[in-house]
Design a protein around this ligand. Structure first.
Ligand code: GLU
Length: 310
């Protein structure tokens, strides 16, 4: 499976049924993996039970089947991989790259801090009745990478994100950590996903470096938004995909990615549409990013609590 072969993946979280935005990410990653004669792996990111919807895992697999996707090998469930996340966190803590933190959001708010964690527990933390989270140390050297669609990106983590949580106070592992451990374990060579995750990529590259894992290539696809400009999601009321008419949805997803198939194919079957798509797929046709949106948000002014280590 390894070597120079392209390995892509699709990694939905089972927080609800797939919607049009999820379909676009699946279609983009699938077609690119097939164009590169690579593998397309499916990973269900079920590490956050409080956010999950019962039955969503099966609904996602059914939807992918109805749309004619064929993934390679068995589905990987993150809920089966907790020991690997545990080992990664332990290795970061043991080597001084991560530390316990007992700051609650309420405490940080009370102290006047926003979402940028100011490093209060870098030099030690007090015991807290609710336990503690684990944060990874960040630095302010720019973390740079070139996204295949969005171009060169760079972010200074310490002053724009701060030391971020890799294991939550409730014992659950953070998406940023699990995704890095699993992309490496599955040998992913390129991550193709929605541009809402462009912002997360420097954090993932930081963790890859600390854990001695390879950095895959990245291609972030345009994000589907609703009429109000918000990313489609279950929270904003995105309707589930219509599994009775997969051809329509697939046609629309291809058109959204800059590949409108001939109109008569709207009435064909999904196989005919996939055939057309495999034949015509060219990532250069994916619409370019809107220059007004830019890439990763600009680094904010460093804000650090008095007396914390730099
Ligand atoms: N599980 C994430 C989601 O559904 C995607 C993770 C990724 O592609 O890196 O939004």
């Amino acid at each position: 499976m390894r070597g120079s072969r392209y390995i892509g993946r699709y990694a939905p979280s089972p927080t609800g049924p797939l919607h049009f935005g999820s379909l676009v990410a699946a279609v983009g990653s699938y077609l690119e993996a097939r164009r590169r004669q690579g593998l397309w792996l499916l990973r269900i990111e079920d590490i956050d039970p409080p956010r999950e919807m019962p039955g969503a895992k099966d609904l996602i697999l059914k939807a992918l089947e109805a749309f004619g996707f064929q993934w390679d090998g068995p589905v990987l469930y993150q809920s089966d991989r907790i020991e690997h996340y545990q080992a990664a966190v332990a290795s970061l803590v043991d080597r001084g790259h991560a530390y316990p933190c007992s700051c609650s959001r309420a405490r940080l708010r009370r102290l006047g801090f926003g979402t940028l964690y100011p490093g209060l527990c870098r030099n030690g933390t007090e015991a807290h009745p609710l336990g503690h989270a684990i944060r990874v140390l960040t630095h302010d050297e720019p973390i740079a990478f070139t996204d295949r669609r969005c171009g060169p990106q760079s972010q200074r983590l310490e002053s724009s994100v701060g030391d971020f949580v890799i294991r939550r106070r409730d014992g659950l592992y953070a998406y940023q950590l699990a995704v890095v451990v699993d992309d490496a374990a599955q040998g992913i060579t390129e991550v193709v996903r929605g541009a809402d995750l462009l912002q997360s990529t420097p954090r993932q590259i930081h963790l890859q470096r600390l854990l001695g894992l390879p950095t895959p290539a990245y291609l972030h696809l345009p994000v589907v938004t609703d009429a109000a400009g918000r990313k489609l999601s279950k929270q904003t009321g995105a309707p589930p995909l219509d599994l009775d008419h997969p051809t329509m949805g697939l046609w629309e997803a291809l058109a959204f990615l800059g590949h409108p198939p001939p109109l008569p194919l709207r009435r064909a079957n999904v196989q005919a549409l996939w055939e057309w798509a495999h034949h015509h797929w060219d990532p250069a046709r994916i619409p370019a990013p809107d220059p007004r949106q830019g890439g990763i948000k600009k680094t904010r002014t460093p804000a650090r609590a008095p007396g914390t280590r730099s």
